[in-house]
Design a protein around this ligand. Sequence first.
Ligand SMILES: [Zn+2]
Length: 291
Amino acid sequence: MEKIKGKNTVNCEICLHNSKTRPMFKHEGKNICIECLNALKFPRNFEEMKNEVMDYLDELRIRNNKYNCILGFSGGKDSVVALYLLVKELRIRPLCVTVDNGYLAEEALTNCKNVAKYFGVDWLVINKDFTKFFKETISKGESPCRVCSDMNMHELWQFARQTNIDTIVTGHELPFGTTAIRGMKKGINMLRLLVAYKLTEEDRYNILKEIPWEKPDLGGYTTNCLVLAPALVEFKKKHGFSFEYDRVSAMIRYGLMTREEAEEALKCPEVSDEIYEELKKRGLDFKNLKE
Ligand SMILES: [Zn+2]
């Protein structure tokens, strides 16, 4: 294995990275990036992660409480698929909890309502206002996603503490390194259910066909968030690439997305005037940033 040097841009033959975004290596005749090389050298054992998740859920299921877990339920496609798996395949009783940060699309809340009703599960909404945070990050061309996700998890964690439910299931699809379960503070665990299933985009949309869930058009690939598309636009203007690059590259690396799907996901979205109007109504005015 040798490091590739030189002026010409070399593309990773597995994911979307190239010699500008990551160090590149020659490995068994192929050009691959450092992250793909590490994934090959230290492969994630999805079978083992699945067993770990199933053992954990076996213990939850036999407990005699009303709710086995909280499900972080955003109305987006992944959390809806997670609910389907919990109820239909795993016989787990979740309490669905939506953290509405003020920028969930109306359609996403309608999806939450319809889907929760369809599965006969309880659903509640925690209302928060992330306006200030979004205004600051997006206007500077930063990605709000990671911190927003952490703030959401914090709300769910607090709720878990208050209700004495010790497990928060989410629809995240990538493992924490080599595990799907991570301990949070005060004995509460976060479980990324989809890691155990290795579902492709196509698998997920096939599950969704059975459910009263409708895909909203919010610009780009998001199925619940109003700020993602404008945030991608501002970030692209400043940095020239998508802030989803790393996550999407990891999806290819683990076989969860095809290259074509990934390239599609990384295209800078068209944001309609309706979305900018809706954001303005809710307190975020990006019209002046649009040009
Ligand atoms: Zn790569």
